[in-house]
Design a protein around this ligand. Structure first.
Ligand SMILES: [Zn+2]
Length: 503
């Protein structure tokens, strides 16, 4: 890219010259939110200028390789891109969208290969048994980025240098734990949380950002809020056993516990592939009784038919064709939870259930648990639609509003969890991903209170990164299993040449 002086794949389709205003606007807003980031000292000492600093994120995940083995795929992406489907829709529908927009679009349009860049592939059997290999992968990838960040990348001729600035590490929670060697994470949460009051209070901690699960109960929202506030004023013990080269070598936020926040929380994984599945499944277990059928199978079939009809009307792919009690955990004494693994099913169902409740408003209003479920569903839909139709920065009023919507959803979830536990029903299971949503709500609120714009948590969403991993994993399955990494990199270069030539 530097040889051809073509940085458009990191700059949302723009050249460095065209992106100048966007970059300056990006960094001005970023600085108001993270005034102690180490980048500012570099700029003040004239080692770099902000119109030459490209904000990027790292992403990592395991894909499915040959014979169902795993393969680690590391990639990078521009913090901004071509927008999102929801923002395109909002632009068409809302006349004042332009007024709200500040022209820095999210990076969710186009394919993964057009908007993400491969850094490394490594088959799991090479690192699974040997921690040194895993560490060396990150040491090498980061050393390269750190040099580029420090010394810049020469664009040749008179074009000067650019500086890729890595702002964070994205991925699902399991990847964050492995890549950052986290000691405080969901893996340390006691099993059977929520069954008795003090279960979650004492332990090694469930969150790398705060002290929840280490003397603070993450299910107590007031106590957890206080712990999250404290993480900005009191230096906590480090959350890892061995610090990742990412926070050791790259520029980081120098504020209190800033290094911990380099490892970003993805609201899409936490919700669509986590809490949202349990919310939907539990909701359906409660709402099925509004369907006038005597047998559970018939009620589920009726709900399934209504769901498919909703998807048809909204032009959504229903993804799952067959819907029965097993889609929601099986019923009876089983924990209610969605058994699908596609995020779109969760978001479809959340929209469908909002309509389902609205159409039965009289019955729903008469039952406190149903009423709060309908309210929570509406609020979480507001939140998701809000972040995806926004841009990289959300105006403070929008951020405050979306944070409130997410808080109200979390409160509704906790209400339902306790009401279900009280009735002896296995609905609304409590697991630590709910705390990740709480962290997201808290951070949006905090930022809306200190600056005019908040950083959109959708930037941390891995929805399109999964597409990139999928495409890369497909390549790894087509090459000689003996030299997967080398052959995948070669074929990847051929693929992107084609993908890039199209635009
Ligand atoms: Zn936390």
């Amino acid at each position: 890219m530097s040889k051809m002086n073509d940085l458009s794949h990191l700059l949302g389709g723009h050249s460095l010259q065209e992106a100048r205003g966007m970059l300056l606007s990006f960094w001005a807003k970023y600085r108001a939110l993270f005034p102690q980031h180490q980048l500012w000292a570099e700029v003040e000492s004239h080692r770099k200028t902000l119109d030459r600093c490209l904000p990027i994120f790292l992403h990592g995940d395991e894909g499915v390789a040959y014979k169902k083995g795993g393969v680690l795929v590391l990639s990078m992406q521009g913090a901004f891109g071509h927008g999102s489907r929801a923002s395109e829709r909002a632009k068409r529908l809302e006349e004042n969208y332009r007024a709200l927009s500040d022209g820095i679009p999210l990076n969710f349009l186009r394919t993964g290969f057009q908007t993400r860049l491969l850094i490394c592939v490594c088959p799991k059997d090479m690192y699974a048994e040997d921690r040194r290999v895993w560490n060396a992968l990150f040491e090498n990838a980061v050393a390269d980025l750190a040099t580029a960040q420090r010394e810049g990348v020469d664009l040749g001729g008179t074009a000067g240098r650019i500086f890729p600035i890595v702002l964070g590490n994205k991925g699902d929670w399991s990847y964050l734990v492995s890549s950052a060697n986290l000691e405080r994470s969901y893996r340390r949460a006691p099993k059977g949380a929520g069954e008795n009051g003090d279960h979650n209070v004492e332990g090694p901690g469930v969150c790398h950002l705060c002290t929840c699960g280490q003397g603070t109960d993450w299910e107590d929202l007031n106590a957890a809020d206080a712990a999250m506030d404290q993480a900005f004023t009191v230096e906590l013990p480090v959350p890892w056993d061995r610090e990742s080269p990412m926070t050791r070598e790259l520029l980081v936020d120098n504020s209190c516990n800033g290094k911990n926040r380099f490892h970003c929380i993805d609201p899409w994984h936490a919700l669509h592939l986590g809490i949202g599945k349990a919310w939907v499944a539990s909701g359906i277990m409660m709402l099925q009784h509004l369907v006038p059928e005597t047998q559970v199978d018939k009620r589920m079939r009726a709900i399934g038919a209504e769901y498919r009809s909703f998807c048809r009307r909204q032009k959504l792919d229903p993804v799952i064709r067959r819907i029965d009690i097993h889609s929601f955990g099986g019923g009876g004494a089983n924990e209610a939870n969605g058994t699908w693994n596609k995020a779109a099913v969760t978001s479809n169902f959340m929209m469908f259930l909002q309509e389902f409740c609205e159409q039965r408003a009289a019955m729903v209003e008469g039952d406190e648990r149903l009423r709060i479920f309908a309210f929570g569903t509406k609020r979480i839909n507001t939140f998701m639609r809000g972040i995806y139709s926004g841009e990289v920065f959300l105006p403070r009023a929008t951020a405050a509003e979306l944070s409130k919507a997410l808080y109200e959803f979390i409160k509704a979830y906790l209400y339902e969890a306790h009401a279900s536990a009280h009735l002896g029903l296995p609905y609304f299971p409590l697991f630590p991903k709910l705390h990740f949503l709480h962290e997201t709500a808290h951070e949006l609120k905090r930022q809306s209170e200190i600056a005019d714009y908040a950083f959109n948590p959708a930037v941390y969403s891995c929805a399109l990164d999964e597409d990139f991993i999928g495409r890369t994993a497909v390549i790894t399955r087509c090459v000689s299993p003996r030299i997967i990494a080398k052959r995948t990199l070669e074929r990847y270069l051929c693929h992107i040449q084609l993908a890039w030539a199209r635009h």
